[in-house]
Ligand binder design. Structure first.
Ligand code: IMP
Ligand code: MG
Length: 181
C-alpha cells in the first residue's frame, strides 16, 4: 500500500530495477569499456544515479550539477548551471543523468554547458520523460519510461523536498498541493 498522499503507484520498485538493468546494457553497449563521467543533476537524480551506476560495468567518475531558473518579472530567465567543485571535463565522455524531462529546458541547457566544458562527448540518460510537455527540442539518448503529464514523486522526485525516499514513482494526490476551498 502506498502512503496516503500518493494517489497511485505508476512504477513500482521491481519495474524500475528491471528497466535500469536494460538501460545499463544499452549504455555499456554504446561506450564499450571506456570510462564514463556521470553528471548527476541535483537533487532529483541522486537515487537513479546510484542505482544506475551500480548496474554499469564501466569505470565511472561522478560529479554533480545544479540547474536553477531565475525569473525577473514575467520573463523566464536563463537557466543557470553550476558544476559542483568545478571539475575539469576536458576529453571526458560525459553522461548526463537526470530524473525527468518535462519542458526540456534543463536538459538542453545542461547539454550546452557540458559541451562547452571541453568534453569529448556528451550523452544523456533520463529515467522519466513527459514527452507531451516539451517546449524546446531536447531528447535524451537513453530513456527509461515515457510517463503521463501528472505530478510525480518518489525515487528521487519531490514535492517541496518531500517524498524523494519512496522506492517507487507515484502520482501525488491533488489534495496535497491544491488550495483548500
Ligand atoms: P524541465 O527543464 O522543464 O524539463 O524540468 C525538468 C525538472 O523539473 C526535473 O529535473 C524535475 O526537477 C522537475 N519536474 C518535472 N516534472 C516533475 C514531476 O512530475 N515531479 C517532480 N519534479 C518534476
Ligand atoms: Mg531535476
Amino acid at each position: 500500500m502506498p502512503e496516503p498522499d500518493i494517489e497511485r503507484v505508476l512504477l513500482d520498485a521491481e519495474v524500475i530495477r528491471e528497466r535500469i538493468r536494460g538501460l545499463a546494457r544499452e549504455i555499456s553497449a554504446t561506450y564499450g569499456e571506456r570510462e564514463i563521467t556521470a553528471v548527476g543533476v541535483l537533487t532529483g537524480a541522486f537515487v537513479f544515479l546510484a542505482d544506475l551506476l551500480r548496474e554499469l560495468p564501466n569505470p565511472t567518475r561522478v560529479i554533480f550539477a545544479r540547474a536553477c531558473s531565475y525569473r525577473d518579472g514575467s520573463r523566464p530567465g536563463e537557466l543557470e548551471v553550476e558544476l559542483v567543485g568545478r571539475p575539469d571535463l576536458t576529453g571526458r565522455d560525459v553522461l548526463l543523468v537526470e530524473d525527468i524531462v518535462d519542458t526540456g529546458r534543463s536538459l538542453l541547457r545542461l547539454g550546452q554547458v557540458l559541451r562547452d566544458a571541453g568534453s569529448r562527448s556528451v550523452r544523456s540518460v533520463v529515467l522519466l520523460d513527459k514527452r507531451e510537455r516539451r517546449e524546446v527540442e531536447a531528447r535524451a539518448d537513453f530513456t527509461g519510461f515515457e510517463v503521463p503529464d501528472e505530478f510525480l514523486v518518489g525515487y528521487g522526485l519531490d514535492y517541496a523536498d518531500r517524498y524523494r525516499h519512496l522506492p517507487y514513482v507515484g502520482v501525488l494526490a491533488r489534495s496535497v498541493y491544491a488550495e483548500p476551498a
